[in-house]
Write a new protein. Structure first.
Length: 385
C-alpha cells in the first residue's frame, strides 16, 4: 500500500493518522476512527476547534471570526490529519480553511457561476444538457471545499435530503424520456445512509430510459471510511453505475483512499477523477503529474482538469487558462496518455463544458497540416478527403 505523501516544499510538522488520533482524540479507539459516522460527528467546525490542532494565521483567524463566510467550515478528523499545522500555505490546508480573500468579489465572479438556478425545472434537478440531469440529493458535505461551485447553497438547507423533494425530482425524470444519464451530486451523496441511497438507485433503475447513473463524490479523498464493504456490495447491484471522484493533490493519495478506491473498482464501478486547477495547490507540473499517476495506481482514470469556476470569493484560487494549457503540455507525451485529463472550462451561465486543450496545429497548406509534437518539433501530415 502506498504511504501518505507530502509534496510540500517546506519542512512538514504533520502527524500520521494514528498519532493524530491519539493526540487529539485520546478516548477514541481505532474502530471509532474507521467509522464514518464518528468522523462526521467529530468534525472541526469553528475557530476554537481548528485552533486545537492548527497554528492559525492572522488572516485565517480574521476570516473565521468574520461574518462574511460564504459557506460553512467543516473538516473531518481524517482530513484534518492531512493538514500541516504550522504552514497556512500548505496545499490541502488552503482548500478547507477560510481566508479573508473569500470576502472579495472579483470581476466576472458570480454567486451562481454556472447558471444552475436558471436551469432548475424542479427543486433538486438541474437540467442543462439535453440527455442528462444533475440530481442534487443533499446539501451536506463532510468537509467544505473553499472553492465550491455551490457555495451559495451547500450546508445551508437549499436542497436537503427530503423524500418529497426526491419524489418531485424522480417524477420529472420519469416524465422526460430524453433523459438517459443521471448524476447524483450535492453536497455529498455518500453522506446518505446505505438504505436511503439504495432507495434512490432502485427508483432510478425502474425508469426505462435512464441508462446510466453516476455519483459525484469527494468522500474518497475527504472521508474514505465511508466506502465500507457493505456500501460497495450494495452499489454493485445497480450497474451500469459510475463514479466521478474528486482529488486535488497527491497528499490525498493515502492508504485509506487507496482502500476505498479498491473496494469500488473491485465491485465493478469505474472511477473517473475530476480535478479543479487551483493556484498554489496543484498548478505546477510536478504536483499535477504525481497526482495523475497516483490516481492511475489507484485504478482511477484522470478524466477532467477543470479551470476554476468564477465563484464569488475564489479569485485567489484561479489561474490563467494559459497556465492550465501549459500544464497539459507538460503532461502530454511526457507521461502515459492515460494520465492526461481533458482540460475544461464550464461556460458561465449554463453554457456547458468547453474543451480548452492547448493547440498543436501550427498551420495548414492545402491538405497538409503543420503539427507541433509534444517536444515542440514540427511535423507535416496530409489529410484525406
Amino acid at each position: 500500500m502506498q504511504p501518505r505523501m507530502n509534496t510540500n516544499r517546506h519542512e512538514s510538522s504533520m502527524l500520521n493518522a494514528a498519532d493524530f488520533r491519539k493526540r487529539f482524540f485520546p478516548q477514541a479507539a481505532r474502530r471509532d476512527w474507521d467509522d464514518w459516522h464518528w468522523q462526521i460527528q467529530n468534525r472541526f467546525c469553528d475557530r476554537k476547534g481548528l485552533e486545537a490542532f492548527l497554528h492559525l494565521s492572522m488572516d485565517e483567524q480574521k476570516a473565521l471570526d468574520g461574518q462574511n463566510l460564504r459557506l460553512p467550515v467543516a473538516v473531518t478528523p481524517y482530513y484534518a490529519s492531512l493538514l500541516d499545522p504550522g504552514h497556512p500555505q500548505q496545499a490541502l490546508r488552503r482548500t478547507v480553511i477560510p481566508v479573508t480573500g473569500e470576502w472579495a468579489k472579483a470581476r466576472g465572479e458570480r454567486i451562481d457561476p454556472l447558471g444552475e438556478d436558471a436551469h432548475n425545472p424542479v427543486g433538486s434537478i438541474v437540467h442543462t444538457y439535453p440527455d442528462k440531469v444533475l440530481f442534487l440529493v443533499t446539501d451536506q458535505c463532510p468537509s467544505y471545499c473553499r472553492f465550491c461551485t455551490r457555495s451559495r447553497a451547500v450546508g445551508q438547507g437549499r436542497f436537503p435530503p427530503d423524500r418529497a423533494r426526491w419524489e418531485e425530482a424522480l417524477s420529472y425524470i420519469e416524465s422526460t424520456p430524453t433523459i438517459r444519464d443521471v448524476l447524483l451530486s450535492g453536497g455529498e451523496p455518500l453522506t446518505l445512509e446505505d438504505d436511503r441511497l439504495e432507495w434512490l438507485l432502485r427508483r432510478l433503475r425502474r425508469i426505462p430510459h435512464v441508462d446510466l447513473i453516476r455519483i459525484g463524490t469527494k468522500a474518497l479523498s475527504s472521508l474514505p471510511q465511508r466506502v465500507t464493504p457493505a456500501l460497495a456490495k450494495m452499489l454493485r447491484r445497480y450497474h451500469p453505475l459510475w463514479m466521478s471522484v474528486h482529488f486535488v493533490h497527491p497528499d490525498e493519495l493515502t492508504p485509506e483512499s487507496a482502500r476505498a478506491c479498491a473496494r469500488l473498482v473491485d465491485a465493478g464501478i469505474p472511477l473517473c477523477s475530476q480535478t479543479v486547477l487551483l493556484k498554489g495547490v496543484n498548478d505546477d507540473a510536478l504536483t499535477l503529474k504525481q497526482l495523475m499517476l497516483g490516481l492511475l495506481r489507484f485504478r482511477v482514470k484522470p478524466y477532467y482538469l477543470h479551470q476554476g469556476d468564477a465563484v464569488a470569493g475564489t479569485a485567489h484560487f484561479r489561474t490563467s487558462v494559459a497556465r492550465g494549457q501549459d500544464l497539459i503540455r507538460a503532461l502530454h507525451g511526457h507521461t502515459t496518455g492515460y494520465a492526461v485529463p481533458a482540460y475544461m472550462i464550464d461556460a458561465p451561465g449554463g453554457g456547458g463544458k468547453v474543451p480548452v486543450a492547448p493547440g498543436y496545429i501550427r498551420g495548414r497548406k492545402g491538405k497538409t497540416l503543420l503539427l507541433d509534437n509534444y517536444q515542440g518539433k514540427p511535423y507535416r501530415y496530409t489529410e484525406g478527403d
